[in-house]
Design a protein around this ligand. Structure first.
Ligand SMILES: NC(=O)c1ccc[n+]([C@@H]2O[C@H](COP(=O)([O-])OP(=O)(O)OC[C@H]3O[C@@H](n4cnc5c(N)ncnc54)[C@H](OP(=O)(O)O)[C@@H]3O)[C@@H](O)[C@H]2O)c1
Length: 197
């Protein structure tokens, strides 16, 4: 497949790019020097003729929700958007970002991600989007183990010890699996993995 990765110069976008290249896809890696993910015309120019677009960006001034709105308006076919885990729920209707224990240093970006999710869910757009939530806390450094679960749900996936974590390698793998399988269309999905899953 021909896949564009916006945010390929970043931590997670770089991991997704490597995973896609390892699987033999043709990948166009883009950073902020090549595209402005909050600008509809810029997106259209940068990703024309790609089968799928993966987005892994963050930035000031509510970049994440502005990007979500622009990507929907750009009229892409297939979009996988790397989101946040703070909008997952620890109890019915109780999101991690609304808990007093949520780390204050991550609150702003986590709220931006929650807003982006609402934008996707509220959109009447032909774009076949997926929004990926990592575990609320433990997206950890590490290689691909090949053992992970991905499910469309609003609560974290936990193992039999109640833990929820995934390595960056498995996270990148889950993203490219969703692209290849064309799965989780217009859904938020979340992932967790490791030897106990
Ligand atoms: N890392 C984690 O553990 C973690 C956990 C949960 C959620 N997330 C979320 O996952 C996403 C990716 O995280 P990350 O850690 O990989 O971020 P990162 O390393 O900070 O990379 C951010 C990327 O965004 C690009 N970017 C910034 N402004 C842009 C613009 N206007 N147009 C196009 N690209 C732009 C940057 O490009 P340049 O470098 O070229 O400027 C860079 O490639 C973020 O939304 C983050 O909040 C990350």
């Amino acid at each position: 497949m021909k896949i564009a990765v916006i945010g390929a110069t970043g931590h997670l976008g770089g991991a997704v790019t490597r995973e896609a290249l390892d699987r033999g896809h043709r990948v166009t890696g883009l950073g902020s020097a090549q595209v402005d993910v909050a600008d509809v015309a810029s997106i259209r120019n940068a990703v024309a003729d790609h089968d799928a677009v993966v987005v892994a960006v963050q930035g000031p001034d509510r970049l994440v929700p502005r990007a979500a709105a622009a990507l929907l308006e750009a009229g892409l076919d297939r979009l996988v958007f790397l989101g946040g885990g703070g909008s997952l729920e620890y109890a019915p209707g109780q999101r991690y970002i609304d808990s007093p224990d949520f780390p204050p240093e991550y609150l702003e970006i986590a709220r931006d991600h929650a807003e982006a999710l609402e934008i996707f869910r509220g959109a009447k757009s032909p774009v076949r989007w997926s929004y990926v939530s990592p575990p609320p806390v433990y997206l950890v450094p590490g290689e691909k183990t090949g053992k992970y679960r991905a499910e469309a749900r609003d609560t974290p996936i936990t193992d039999d010890k109640g833990e929820c974590r995934i390595t960056v390698g498995d996270y990148a793998s889950a993203v490219i699996d969703a692209v290849e399988r064309d799965s989780f269309i217009r859904e938020r999905f979340t992932v967790a993995g490791g030897s106990t899953y």
